[in-house]
Ligand binder design. Structure first.
Ligand code: ADP
Length: 185
């Protein structure tokens, strides 16, 4: 099963991603985790990404696209994966489409976790990660609205989009996700 998981920062994607991975035994490809690991290891990618991440901006498309295209070659991705935090721009989505067309492995479903903005701000302010300072949070929400939310339309037109209400209990939200994903197993 090949899944794209979309949602604004603070929607609870990380929590639900863990459950999806556990139940469906699929590879978890989180560009946020990969970029943080690269940054901490001070690799070339990490050094390039650092200034964008710390200010809440998106890392340039070509950097992230390279990271993902390499990751998709790995053996653990051949049976499927959950893409978490990628694509985040139309250019990234188009690059992904091109990669998957070449491999003849189309996406099965794009899951959106939907949470209203005022709730996101509350949640993020309480989380305390280094990029969770108020001005950085604001910047990340702006990046989501401007650059990532157009993907909802992009995947909606391809009939791949399924939206889940991200307000409610962790179990309740996961139950909704299961109802959707069980159709693709
Ligand atoms: P969030 O907690 O906002 O969902 P992530 O952990 O997914 O954020 O990503 C953290 C940061 O890494 C982002 O704010 C951005 O700078 C960078 N990043 C992650 N994925 C991408 C991507 N697909 N394109 C560009 N930048 C990205």
């Amino acid at each position: 099963m090949r899944i794209v998981f979309i949602g604004p920062p603070g929607a609870g994607k990380g929590t639900q991603a863990e459950r999806i991975i556990a139940k469906y035994a699929t590879a978890h490809l989180s560009t946020g985790d990969m970029l943080r690991a690269a940054r901490d290891a001070k690799t070339e990618v990490g050094v390039k990404a650092e200034k964008y991440m710390s200010s809440g901006q998106l890392v340039p498309d070509e950097v992230v696209i390279d990271v993902i295209s390499e990751r998709l070659q790995q053996p653990d991705c051949q049976k499927g994966y959950l893409l978490d935090g990628f694509p985040r721009t139309i250019a990234q989505a188009e690059a992904l489409d091109a990669m998957l067309a070449q491999k003849q492995t189309p996406l099965d479903v794009v899951l959106e976790l939907k949470v209203p903005e005022e709730e996101l701000f509350k949640r993020l302010a309480g989380r305390g990660r280094a990029d969770d300072k108020p001005e950085v949070i604001r910047e990340r929400l702006v990046a989501y609205t401007k650059q990532t939310s157009p993907l909802l339309d992009y995947y909606g037109k391809k009939r791949l989009l399924k939206s889940v209400d991200g307000l409610g209990s962790i179990d309740g939200i996961f139950a909704e996700i299961e109802t959707i994903l069980d159709k693709y197993v």
